[in-house]
Structure formats: C-alpha cells, structure tokens
Design a protein around this ligand. Sequence first.
Ligand code: ZN
Length: 419
Amino acid sequence: MKSMVPLGLIVATFALTSSRCFDSAKVFRVKPQNEKQVNFLKYLASIKQLDFWHPDSAPHIVTQMQVDFHVSAHQSRSVQTLMEQNEIQYEILLHNLQEEIEKQFDGKRNFTGRHSYTKYNDWDKIAAWTARIAKIYPKLVSRIQIGNTFEKRPMYLLKVGKESGRKKAIFMDCGIHAREWISPAFCQWFVKQAARTYGKDRIMTHLLDSLNFYVLPVFNVDGYVWSWTQDRMWRKNRSKNSSTNCIGTDLNRNFAAAWGTTGFISDDPCDETYYGPAPESEDETKAVATFIRNHLSSIKAYLTIHAYSQMLLFPYGYTFHKAPNHNELAEVAKAAVEALSSLYGTKYEYGASATLIYPTSGSSVDWAYDEGIKYSFVFELRDKGRYGFLLPESKIKSTCKETMLAVKSIANYILNYAS
Ligand SMILES: [Zn+2]
C-alpha cells in the first residue's frame, strides 16, 4: 500500500503540469453603472482575451449586472490599467487562478485514489462507478448507454427506481458544461442518496416506488475529460469544426429550441457559446434529445444542473413571453428553493431565465419544455462567485445535501400533480 501514495501524487502532479497553466491569471468582478461602462466592457472584450464566467459572453452585459471574467497573467495588468483609466470600479475575486485550481482539491485525503462522493472524480472513476452502483443496487439502479460522444466515449445513463409497471419519470442531466464540476458531483450524490435511503427515508421510498429517475451524470464527457487533463476552464464539447482550428460547440445552445435565433448566440466556432452548424449537430445533444423523445410519454420533468450563481430557472430563455404554466412553475420553484434554503440558509433566486438572467436560444430546458415536458428547470448551483467554477471539494457535501431537498420537492410535486 505504501507505494500507492507517491504514485497517486505523481499522477496528480502530472495531470496538473501537463495542462494549461493559470499561474497569476485573475478573475475580475465589475458592475457597470451605466451604458458607457457597458460599452467599455464590450469593447474590452473585443481587444483582450476575456473568458466570461458570468454572464456567458460579452453581449449579455447590461447595466448593474454582476460581471465576472478571467484574464490571463500576461493581459491582466493591461486590463486593469484600461479599467482604471476608464474609471471602472472592479474587484479581484481570484488573484491567482492556478492556486485556486489546486486549492479546490481540499477534500479529505484519500490515499486509495478511489471514487468518493465528497471529492471531484475524473471520468474514468465516474464511468466505473456507474457500473458499480448498478451492481450494488440491482433492484433500484440500472445502466443504459444512450450513445457515444464525438470522441467515442460511452454516454451512460442511470435509471433509478423500483421496477414496476408504467411509471412517470424525471430526467436529470449534469455536466453539460465541462468546467462546472459541482454538477456531476451532484448527480452522483443523488443516485447514491436515493439508493441508500430507499426503505429508510419515507419520501424517497415513495418517490422510487412511484417514479423513475433517468440520471445522466456527465452529459459532456469529452469536455469533462479535457477539463481534467488539459484545460480546467473548458466549457464546450470537443468536436472539430470545419474551416477553423477552434474546437467545440456549446451543447446548451445546440438544441432545437429557436436554435440560432435570439439571445446573442454565436455563429463563431471560436466563441465559448458557439451554437454549432445545425440544431442537434452534436453527437451528445442528439443522444440526449433522442432518448427524451423516445420516452416523452413518461417523462414529466426535466432537470439540468449547472453552476454557478444559485438560481432555479425555468422557460423561456428564447423569449420574454411567459410560458403557459408560468405561475405554476414559479410556485414549484419557490417551494424548491425554500426547501433548499431550510438546511443551511443558502439563498436562491428563481424565475423565467430570459427575464431573470438574459435571453439565450438553443438551450436544453427550452427544448424539453417545447417537447411537452411542462416541468423543466435549470439549477445553477453554488456559489455566487467567491470560487465560481472552482468550488472547493469541502463544499460538495453541503451543496449536494441542500440541492437534494430541492429536487425531492420538485419530484414530490410531479408525483402528486403532473398528469
Ligand atoms: Zn452551465
């Protein structure tokens, strides 16, 4: 066993040194006070390489919006100077991104290197776990492969629920955006907690007896692998684009929901929010959309888990018009965020996404809704920007526990009221 320790450390060190380095890279926060400042930030984004953390891209910026972006070490001095010259007030959220990347692995040391629910697990560990959990709970969990990614990795879906006749179902995916690591951590937590508390927790037992959950722990597997091995800040998938070296499509702009029409989506493959050459052009989008279409008669709710900003959003994103059951969605969301905050007091905002954040098209939640899934929600998990995408492992457990309450609240509603 002793030799396992240094080996694990060597592997970890190698993984970090072989990848893109973020030494002295910074994350800035700005709240533009007027149109002039908004325009200045958009201009800054056009002349400097700004990696937007919130909102997703520069065109979304409006006055009084909290804008977080990451700048490389060699550009951060000049970005700072330009902001000062233009009297833009800023805060530096992270002074050295590389240090924060390393600090996120602050979970309890685990010398075996095994899968852990309170640590971030790489894809190999998650893939092995999907097989293992189905083996441990054969009466509750089964594994289905719904397709392959662009790089031919299997897309595993876990079906969680007591085997019985026709049941309503809830589809939940995690990790559509590669760098949002807390999201796959939640899907793993959910499956474990559901299986372990069946027969003990009254509500969960009832839910699993009467509903099936389809859980996709990692939607964007190739991107997730890339975020572990090469670039911690990677967001898109890893498909090749013709006529450019820029890689990847934003899978959450690639669905056939007003695809490519509204909300500052991008037709430039070099952008982080590139919507792809056609709706469902990406293998990953196609696999998920096909599975959902084939199960539309049973799927009553669609949940998609992102980070960060502590919000619970629902359709629409592509229009400011209210969804037909807007008031009901708001009620369900309100109950869910109240359940969530009952544990540690974590505050969530909720609302229709175009109104609460900004318009976007081609998102999975709008697509699911337009396919007839009337209870479709987006979770933006912790935090509100202190760590952003680099939420430390020590916060996985509390984040998952509180989110579990919100998901149970929605599931309970589906069980009792969705037809
Ligand atoms: Zn996301």
